[in-house]
Design a protein around this ligand. Structure first.
Ligand code: FUC
Length: 808
């Protein structure tokens, strides 16, 4: 047979294999809980598929005539570290406190931001690395298929054109720090396309220099700036270098002006590496070395190493929920179905796995913490600068980490907190006359701690230091890592406590300690001034500050106790904790007060529900242990919702966690559905709107909270299981004290659970207050006692797996 007729036969076979019927079975190959897939290319950015290795990532559009890889690197930031503190001092703060106690908000709000905030220099933005565009000679296709396989973290495109099957696979490797794309065709010589590397302009000014090196490489270099309205010196940020090297098999490569052209290749591998001087002064050499090493290693070995590394994290946990006929639809159609109320419980399993995928892809040991968009950002000036908002958003990004067995992915957060602490010490001393360290409501990669806000209602929250360190304490509760507790957690906690020792002042009404000047992020209240109702935000002792500080003090006391530390600090802590004004106080309607005073909210449906910090992520409000507070929390939520609350993606995700913590599975599921309906794009990114990744992570954590809770000193099995999830199973999730948990349920009832203990100790476990039978690995029943809350208590041994069932 001639080569040409061989080709024809092959393409006939390929066409047959991809005939519509076969295409359906091909799509059915996807495990619907572990793939996002479509039958058309991404028309806009929210439909493209994210890949990433924590630092280097891309949005893969999967076009036919044009492929676009919108590239990201996590240190692409404008600016440099700056210590711009303003004119605050302890003396001035005391004067403000005095005025606030006297009900004079006006003079405080006029002065305080001028003194404490430097708003002339806006926050810098994380920026896109640029785009790699591939332009093909054909623009039409049939049998189109585009997918992100969550089991392998590989994005793929496949289609037929003119009897030839074209395929592309792209992934971002953590071990090799490289993005790789492989293009293949079912016929030799069928691949011809042009490659162009570009970067968007900054207010009409070019932001990079692009050139062709040799016949197979494009490079782009420059320094990140942010010119738009900003002092250019301040805007100058990291230097970057981005290299794209093309290795074809067969065919020829040509330079075409600033582009590269591949002609008649059989297959092509594109290697993309990028670095900035944020990480190393050798960023150019490092990039070249990464490309060379990857070329030497080759596609197969790179892919194998990538999948091995990724699966070691991804396979730790799995959630299975019931499939329906909608489950096998392409993701956009499936989402539409869910939005219209079609049953598809397994969709929540997909959402759960996608949340874990996004965390693995945007936060790795050595990378920066996931920002407001993870790492996926197409802008020069992103919405909210894709920065680190510390009044909930950065924290929410890490809510699922311990629960889903991915604790080490919090390392970037912890390192970032340490950098904030270093810089925040100076500010605490100079601006607040306090020991310890302080952090602002929002910051950037430089971990700057000065306040940049025009208004107090968002700029004047200073409790982020306490909220951030709670993540380290929580992580210890899961890992039990004593060295981590002693060497990292305790020193940070101690300093934040010391900050509050110096910051808190007695309230003249009752002598108890309150925080201030402070706000309830980002809400305002109405007060009468000169016969008119005006909106103010600055006050003393808002509920959230009191709750966050209360939890900080309580956790630190536990840590001191555990480390057997007794010194002047512990004495001071005990004293201040006793003196602290409570964070949970009820108003005449039985709701939790947002402020110390019974103010009327300016926005009763505000997205921030800060006065429920104690319900989630805190642990002071609990339906079983503090039912009167739980009741008040529910009333507080209802009031917010009646006025349009939880309207953004992240706020809705918080709401799901609240309802799970109130043990109300039905309402939790309702809010999860609303999140899918109103705040989810077709690639399943969370929408504020626009895209903001916190809601993905918040809802992932909430899905676990519905199945397992452990914040109240015991393991609660299926505490908020909705009717829709009648049968299912989850494994590999974690409870505090280091238990690894598996749960299987049928017809809404616990069928079986496994608990693997990390260390010897008393295990406390509850399932709806029902009788539990606990057996050890030899199948012997374990003696357990039951307390008044229906919690079973037994002696658990390290590295032993216990089986739990209910008594019939
Ligand atoms: C907080 C929120 C906003 C937004 C921003 C990034 O300030 O109040 O809704 O999510 O962070």
């Amino acid at each position: 047979m001639s080569t040409a007729s061989k080709r024809n036969v092959l393409s006939l076979i390929a066409a047959f294999l991809l005939s519509p019927n076969i295409a359906v079975s091909e799509s059915a190959e996807h495990d619907p809980a572990h793939a996002i897939w479509f039958e058309q290319p991404a028309l806009n950015w929210d439909q493209a598929l994210p890949i990433g290795n924590g630092r280097l990532g891309a949005m893969v559009f999967g076009g036919i005539g044009h492929e676009r890889l919108q590239l990201n690197e996590d240190s692409m930031w404008a600016g440099q570290p700056t210590d711009r503190f303003n004119r605050g001092s302890k003396v001035k703060l005391d004067a403000y406190r005095e005025s606030l106690f006297n009900g004079d908000h006006a003079s405080v709000e006029q002065g305080i931001m001028r003194e404490l905030s430097i708003n002339q220099t806006p926050v810098r933005s994380h920026q896109t690395l640029g785009d790699l565009f591939l332009t093909f000679d054909h623009a039409e296709a049939s049998h189109f298929h585009r997918a992100l396989d969550l089991k392998t973290a590989v994005a793929s495109v496949s289609y037929m054109h003119d009897g030839v099957r074209f395929q592309r696979q792209t992934f971002s490797s953590q071990p090799d720090q490289i993005l790789v794309s492989r293009l293949t065709a079912s016929e030799p010589g069928a691949l011809s396309f042009t490659l162009r590397l570009s970067r968007p302009e900054d207010n009409g000014i070019p932001t990079a220099t692009t050139r062709v090196v040799g016949s197979n490489t494009l490079v782009q270099s420059g320094q990140v700036t942010q010119v738009g309205g900003i002092d250019p010196n301040d805007g100058a940020g990291v230097r970057f270098f981005n290299q794209v090297t093309v290795v074809p098999i067969g065919g020829v490569l040509k330079k075409l002006g600033k582009d590269l052209r591949v002609e008649n290749a059989d297959s092509v591998i594109i290697y993309i590496a990028a670095n900035t001087d944020f990480y190393t002064p050798d960023y150019v050499d490092r990039t070249r070395a990464q490309i060379n090493a990857a070329i030497n290693k080759g596609w197969k070995a790179l892919k194998r190493a990538h999948i091995e590394d990724y699966q070691a994290l991804y396979h730790r946990s799995v959630l299975t929920l019931e499939e329906t006929e909608n489950t096998s639809l392409p993701t956009d159609m499936r989402l539409q179905g869910v939005q219209q109320g079609a049953p598809d419980p397994a969709f929540s399993a997909l959402y759960y796995h996608y949340g874990r995928y996004l965390l693995i892809s945007s936060s790795r040991v050595g990378s920066q913490p996931a920002n407001l968009q993870g790492i996926w950002n197409r802008h020069i000036r992103a919405p909210w600068n894709a920065d680190y908002h510390l009044n909930i958003n950065l924290q929410m990004n890490y809510w699922p980490a311990d629960l889903v067995n991915l604790s080490e992915l919090q390392r970037p957060l912890f390192e970032f907190i340490k950098r904030l602490a270093v810089r925040g010490r100076k500010r605490a001393r100079e601006n607040f006359g306090a020991r310890g360290w302080v952090s602002p409501h929002a910051t950037d990669i430089w971990a700057d701690v000065w306040t940049r806000a025009a208004r107090p209602y968002w700029g004047l929250s200073h409790n982020s230091n306490a909220w951030l360190v709670s993540h380290l304490v929580e992580s210890y509760r899961f890992s039990g890592d004593e060295a981590f507790l002693r060497d990292e957690v305790y020193p940070l906690l101690r300093e934040v406590c010391e900050f509050y020792f110096d910051w808190l002042v007695p309230h003249p009404q009752n002598g108890l300690l309150v925080s201030g000047p402070a706000v309830s992020p980002e809400n305002r209240f109405l007060v009468e001034e000169g016969g008119e109702l005006v909106e103010r935000s600055t006050t003393m002792g808002p509920a959230m500050d009191q709750q966050v500080i209360g939890q900080l003090f309580k956790s630190t006391l536990e840590v001191l106790d555990h480390l057997a530390i007794s010194n002047e600090f512990s004495e001071e802590l005990e004293h201040k904790y006793r003196q602290l004004s409570p964070g949970i106080r009820l108003d005449e309607n039985g709701r939790i007060m947002e402020w110390f005073y019974p103010y009327r909210e300016a926005e009763p449906g505000h997205r921030h529900i800060s006065h429920l910090y104690a319900l989630y992520p805190g642990s002071e409000i609990h339906p079983l242990l503090t039912p009167e507070f739980a009741d008040a929390a529910r009333k507080t939520i209802e009031h917010r919702l009646e006025h349009g609350g939880a309207a953004t993606g992240w706020s809705r995700a918080w709401m799901i966690n609240f309802m799970a913590r109130l043990h109300d599975g039905e309402t939790a599921k309702h809010h999860l559905d609303v999140l899918y309906q109103r705040s989810t794009s077709s690639n399943l990114f969370d929408l504020h709107p626009p895209f903001q990744i916190d809601g993905n992570f918040g809802a992932t954590a909430a899905i676990v909270e519905m199945l397992l809770q452990s914040h109240a000193g015991y393991i609660d099995l299926l505490p908020a299981l909705p009717r829709d999830w009648a049968s299912g199973a989850v494994r590999g999730i974690k409870a505090r004290s280091g238990y690894e948990v598996g749960v299987r349920w049928r017809n809404g009832q616990l069928a079986h659970s496994t608990l693997r203990a990390r260390e010897d100790g008393l295990c406390r476990v509850r399932y709806q207050g029902r009788e539990l039978v606990i057996t050890d690995e030899q199948g012997r029943e374990v003696a357990a006692s039951k307390n008044e809350y229906g919690i079973f208590i037994f002696d658990a041994h390290a590295e032993t797996e216990y089986q739990l069932t209910t008594k019939i």
